[in-house]
Ligand binder design. Structure first.
Ligand code: XBP
Ligand code: MG
Length: 228
């Protein structure tokens, strides 16, 4: 599939650049253990919880829907728990547990070479983006991204369009000149609501998502003969 030179590529992070969600899940569980909370999110439950983007939102949603009778135990400590989860997740990344998904490095380096502009739109926090790049492509590559829009930068994360609208604003571009890369239904909804054509590379946790509205749906970037 040849893409007619977009002016900018906007990347989601978790699930798209790398299969990070298993590491996020392990970091949440390690935090619960450290705090003696006797909770464990298995893969099936985490798959459902992923419908709520952003770790703090996810924790609050879990408490309200799965543990309402015991909410008092940790509803006030969501911020503290999430800070600890972020530290543990960063350590796991630094230990080298994550690789980029197939074709991602090539696509980003090709974009840099061809002066195609780069941006990020992610529900996660900036520190996690930095740690992922430190562990993979390096900070000099992250410096090539003109707009790095993270959960803390907006009022509403995905599926709201805010992150993508912010990326467009910072790039100073209309949506049709950009191309978004996503792995999830909520990410696709966010990009589409901002009017940005979107390519899906399906991640492990999003196999059953509805990708109606995507320009193209692929198992990974290498599977789709994608060329800039
Ligand atoms: C996916 C997310 C993230 C991570 C957890 O983000 O929802 O919340 O699961 O990250 P993306 P935090 O938009 O990159 O797919 O715990 O740092 O919020
Ligand atoms: Mg994602």
């Amino acid at each position: 599939m040849a893409i007619i030179a977009p002016t900018a590529l906007i990347f989601d992070v978790d699930g798209t650049l790398a299969e990070t969600e298993e590491l996020h899940r392990k970091a949440f569980n390690a935090t619960f253990t450290e705090y003696g909370l006797n909770r464990h999110w298995d893969k099936a439950l985490y798959g459902q919880l992923l419908k709520v983007a952003g770790g703090q939102n996810r924790l609050r949603h879990y408490i309200k829907t799965c543990q309402p009778q015991r909410a008092g135990e940790f509803i006030d400590r969501v911020g503290e728990l999430h800070r600890q989860k972020t530290i543990i997740y960063g350590q796991m990344l630094a230990e080298g547990h994550i690789r980029l998904r197939p074709g991602i490095e090539h696509l980003i380096l090709q974009a840099v070479e061809q002066d195609i502009r780069l941006a990020i739109a992610t529900s996660t926090s900036r520190i996690n983006v930095d740690k992922l790049f430190e562990a993979t492509l390096g900070m000099t590559v992250l410096d090539k991204f003109e707009a790095i829009c993270c959960g803390n930068d907006v009022d509403a994360v995905k599926p709201a369009p805010d992150l993508y609208l912010l990326a467009l604003k910072r790039l100073g571009l209309p949506p049709e000149e950009c191309l978004a890369f996503e792995d999830s239904e909520i990410g696709l909804k966010a990009a589409c609501a901002a009017g940005i054509p979107t390519i899906i590379t399906i991640s492990t946790y999003c196999q059953d998502d509805d990708f109606t509205g995507a320009q193209k749906v692929m198992s990974d970037l290498l599977a789709g003969d994608l060329k800039l």
